[in-house]
Design a protein around this ligand. Structure first.
Ligand SMILES: [Zn+2]
Length: 389
C-alpha cells in the first residue's frame, strides 16, 4: 500500500527518489531453517522525500507486518568496541544533565543492555519498555525492570526524569503519532530525552546502500529530526553525531509553547533535497563497482565471507546475492548461531568456523569494527584481504 501523506508533517508534496526492488521485509527475525528464511515475503523499498519537512521514508512500507514479537535478534553488546562506545556516550550524557539516582525509562530497550549499563554508571533506576524484550538475557539488577509492551501513554505514570530511545524511531512509520504519544505521556513530568537514530545524511553522502533495508521505514537527518521534535511539543537541547558519523543523537525536553530554537546542525529542506540528488547520481556507480569486485572474486575462485549479521548484511546481500560468491555470514552474537538469514537463506556462522574455512576475503559490514575483527581473525591464524563498508 502506497502512503500518500508524510508521516511526519502530513504534507502531500512527496517525491520518490530511490527504489530497491524485492527486498526481504524482515532482517532481524530469528529463523531456524532455510526454507522458512527464503519464504520471507519481499517487497519494494521506495525512498520518498517530503518537500514540506524534508522527511525521508519508505512510502511502500507495510505497517501490518509483525516485526518485533516473533523473535527479534538485535543485541550488539557482544562487541567490546560497541560496549565502549555506549559507556562513553552514557557517561557524557549523565554528566551533562546530572542524571544520577534518577528514574530512567528506555523506549525500545531491546534485551536491556544499554539500560543496565546506563543505570549502573549513573546509579539510576530503570524501566525498559519493548515488545521484543526477553527475560534472562541481561545481567540481573534489582533497580532495573522491564515491560514487554509497546510504549503507550499510560507508561508516563512511571514519571521518568529521563527517557532514552535508541535505534527505535527508524522502525516507526507513524513518527508523528509516536512522538505525540510520548509528549502526552509526560504531561505531569519534565524528563530530558535522548534519542539515537541512524543518520540519513551519511547514507546519502557515501551512498551507504547497505544501510537501506526494509525494517527501517524512517530515515532522519538533523533537520527533519529536530523539526519532528519541535512539531510534537519538544525543544531541542542538543544534537551531535557519533560512531563515525553513523548515529545521530538528539537531546530534548517537553515545552508548553512551540519552541523556535534551531540547532546549528540542522540543514534546510532544500539542502537535504540536494543531497538526495547527488545520491541518485552516484549510487549506480557505487553498486556497479561492488558488483564488479564480487564478480572478479568469483572468477578467481576466492572464498568470500561477510562479517556482521543483522540488517546491514541483509541490505548488502539483497543487492549481490545473485552473484553467488558470498559463502557465509559471520556474527559474534552467540544467539545468532544456527539462525538463517531472512530472505537470503544462508546460515550464520561463528568466528571459530572461519579457522577451518580459511576465507580469502572478509567484507566487514561496519568499518568501525575493523580493528576488532582483524584481531579476532589474527588470533585464529587468519590474515585474509579485508574490505570494509
Ligand atoms: Zn513532511
Amino acid at each position: 500500500m502506497k502512503h500518500t501523506a508524510c508521516p511526519c508533517c502530513k504534507g502531500v508534496d512527496l517525491e520518490d527518489f530511490f527504489t530497491i526492488r524485492n527486498a526481504p521485509t524482515q532482517s532481524l527475525v530469528t529463523i531456524k531453517n532455510r526454507d522458512e528464511a527464503l519464504a520471507i515475503p519481499r517487497s519494494d523499498i521506495v525512498l520518498t522525500f517530503c518537500n514540506q519537512c524534508g522527511f525521508i521514508f519508505n512510502s511502500e512500507f507495510d505497517t501490518s507486518i509483525d516485526y518485533f514479537t516473533q523473535g527479534y535478534e538485535d543485541q550488539q553488546g557482544f562487541s567490546p568496541t560497541f560496549v565502549k562506545f555506549l559507556a562513553g556516550v552514557s557517561e557524557r550524557f549523565i554528566e551533562k544533565y546530572g542524571i544520577r539516582n534518577k528514574q530512567v525509562v528506555e523506549i525500545g530497550c531491546g534485551k536491556g543492555d544499554f539500560l543496565n549499563l546506563f543505570c549502573k554508571i549513573g546509579g539510576n533506576r530503570g524501566v525498559g519498555i519493548d515488545p521484543a524484550w526477553v527475560p534472562g538475557r541481561g545481567e540481573e539488577n534489582p533497580d532495573v525492570r522491564f515491560i514487554k509492551e509497546f510504549y503507550a501513554e499510560q507508561h508516563g505514570e512511571i514519571r521518568p526524569d529521563c527517557i532514552t530511545c535508541r535505534h527505535t524511531l527508524e522502525h516507526i512509520h507513524d513518527t508523528h503519532g509516536f512522538m505525540q504519544t510520548i509528549r502526552n505521556s509526560v504531561k505531569a513530568s519534565s524528563p530530558v530525552l535522548s534519542f539515537e537514530v541512524p543518520c540519513i545524511v551519511r547514507i546519502l553522502d557515501i551512498q551507504a546502500f547497505w544501510d537501506i533495508f526494509y525494517e527501517h521505514c524512517t530515515y532522519l537527518s538533523p533537520g527533519s529530526l529536530a523539526r519532528l521534535f519541535r512539531s510534537t511539543g519538544f525543544e531541542v537541547l542538543d544534537m551531535y553525531l557519533e560512531y563515525d558519523n553513523q548515529y545521530l543523537f538528539i537531546e530534548a525536553k517537553p515545552v508548553g509553547k512551540p519552541s523556535d530554537k534551531i540547532h546549528p546542525m540542522e540543514e534546510s529542506v532544500a539542502e537535504l533535497k540536494a543531497k538526495t540528488r547527488v545520491f541518485v547520481e552516484k549510487i549506480n556507480t557505487q553498486l556497479g563497482e561492488w558488483r564488479e569486485r564480487l564478480e572478479r572474486f568469483k572468477a578467481d575462485g576466492k572464498k568470500v565471507v561477510v562479517w556482521g549479521g543483522g540488517s546491514k548484511s541483509v541490505g548488502f546481500l539483497t543487492q549481490f546475492d545473485d552473484i553467488g560468491v558470498i559463502a557465509h555470514v559471520v556474527d559474534i552474537n552467540p544467539h545468532m548461531k544456527g539462525n538463517f538469514i531472512p530472505g537470503i537463506g544462508k546460515q550464520y556462522v561463528t568466528p571459530d568456523f572461519l579457522a577451518e574455512y580459511k576465507p580469502d576475503v572478509v567484507i566487514v559490514m561496519n568499518s568501525v569494527y575493523m580493528a576488532e575483527i582483524q584481531k579476532s581473525l589474527a588470533d585464529r591464524g587468519l590474515h585474509p584481504e579485508m574490505l570494509g563498508l
